[in-house]
Design a protein around this ligand. Sequence first.
Ligand code: NAI
Length: 381
Amino acid sequence: MNKQVFWIEGDGIGPEIWQAVRPVLDAALARTGAEELEWTELLAGEKALALTGELLPKTTLDALAGAEVAIKGPLGTPVGGGFRSLNVTLRQTLDLYACIRPVRWFEGTASPVLHPEKVNMVIFRENTEDVYAGIEYAAGSPEAVRLADFLRAEFHANVDREAAIGIKPMTEKGSKRLVRSAIRYALAHGLPSVTLVHKGNIMKFTEGGFRAWGYEVAREFGDAVIMETEATSRNSAGKVIIRDRIADAMFQEALLHPEQHSVLASPNLNGDYLSDALAAQVGGLGMAPGVNMSDSLAIFEATHGTAPTAAGKDTANPCSLLLSGAMMLEHMGFADASQVVENAVKNVIRDRTVTPDLAAGMEGARAVSCSEFGRLLLAKI
Ligand code: NAI
């Protein structure tokens, strides 16, 4: 893999979290004797608008289309026309079909549950299909009324003519490639299980399809995996256990027995809910890293938004972007440097010198600015 990293600063708190993050990533590489990265900035969001007159210039999309790795700060959603969302546009244009979010607890951070240390899961959320396809018609609109009439006349479906109607397309191809990447990840990282999370008891052909296609894909992996229904303590050693859970039950299990799950694979909407719920379980979105991937490109990103009210105040927590950067280093083959970054985060949090969002829930903590937090991280490296 080449060492070129395209980076997008992002809006709101983007510039300040980047100032704290980039020196830490570079220092971790230097500390482990790894090659330097070739950082190339791409414009998007407000900075792009100011410099080029466009929110998402074609040069940025073209560069990303040919890239392997990028990392971005949060991008604001423009209000009033234009793009629905820059993030959704990036995902759809570049076919970034898998949203991957590792969720684990850092000792010392406040959590609403008794045993946050038992949470250590990686969520694979399908990113391109499901109700996010954007096929939705307002109640009483000509489209919705016509669609209701069609469904009633042709399929004897009991759809109220006054209903708002949304369409939920899910394909075998879309479901299979997501589950395949989740199983590959579990195998590559020596993780014990992949849980397919769906609502197939109610939505038999979309969510139920996801479950069935998921199991079909799992069988492609032969002896490397074993289905939960066939697994015993003797025949499952060294294999990835494949199971499924209905989404509502999964939310319970995530609270009651989180240690029983390692990789979760889910359609878009369930995955959206799960990602934020699990992030909250271990201390909030400010700590949660993530990546959106196609088969050729990985865009690592801070999973929170632009935090407009905090922007420019040097109070933002840079951990989400930083831990996404650590994921990026691992993805690029710099596992040691990635570990150095994680250890620095652990150590600074253990010292209880943290940004105000973390300090608020931490007894005896000293709140420091974003830039000071960055300097403390560097000192640990
Ligand atoms: P937000 O994540 O920006 O803020 C929610 C709350 O969390 C606020 O109280 C904020 O101050 C706080 N917060 C977020 N990140 C923080 C950090 N690193 N350190 C400390 N506190 C932090 O969500 P909101 O307000 O819904 O969205 C603001 C803008 O961001 C919108 O334009 C939205 O579309 C965009 N957005 C972009 C995302 C992305 O680029 N991936 C993801 C989510 C929202």
